[in-house]
Ligand binder design. Structure first.
Ligand code: HEM
Length: 121
């Protein structure tokens, strides 16, 4: 049987590294960094939330206990351009962790499918 996306991204350790790198990139990305200023005091909890969410969503053992994507981002007035900046950072984090094209495409699709729950909600 084909391995789950969770396994192909390097399991919990691999996904935690990817999530940490992606959040670090958001904090340095001038297009979206200010969005995370309030959360900055608790960067670790943001990284943890992102990792758990992705581990749970790709077939791994974690249980995500945070709010759903619509509730998390509601009222933030997030634009399409900001949404794609987040995706750009994630793609860069995948490159940094030597993730192959096939897995990058799958992650891209998973993220893109959440657009309606995040942009201008
Ligand atoms: C597909 C794209 C996205 C996904 C999968 C995603 C996922 C998440 C997750 C899992 C959390 C943590 C929730 C928790 O632990 O309770 C979070 C928080 C957050 N996200 Fe996103 N996000 C996305 C796009 C964006 C965009 C485009 C922005 C704005 C530029 C954004 C801004 C934030 C902020 C500011 C928080 C922290 C909220 C807080 O601590 O109060 N997100 N996101």
């Amino acid at each position: 049987m084909e391995k789950t996306l969770y396994e192909r991204l390097g399991g919990s350790e691999g996904i935690t590294n990817i999530a940490n790198d992606a959040v670090d990139l958001h904090l340095k990305n001038t297009k979206i960094a200010t969005r995370f200023e309030n959360a900055k005091a608790d960067v670790n909890s943001l990284k943890n939330g992102a990792a758990t969410f992705f581990i749970a969503g790709t077939g791994g053992p974690a249980v995500y206990k945070g709010k759903d994507m619509m509730k998390t981002h509601q009222g933030m007035n997030i634009s399409h351009s900001e949404f794609f900046s987040v995706i750009d950072d994630v793609m860069q984090a995948l490159d940094k962790n030597n993730i192959e094209q096939r897995e990058k495409e799958e992650v891209l699709f998973v993220l893109y499918s959440m657009k309606e729950e995040i942009v201008f909600v």
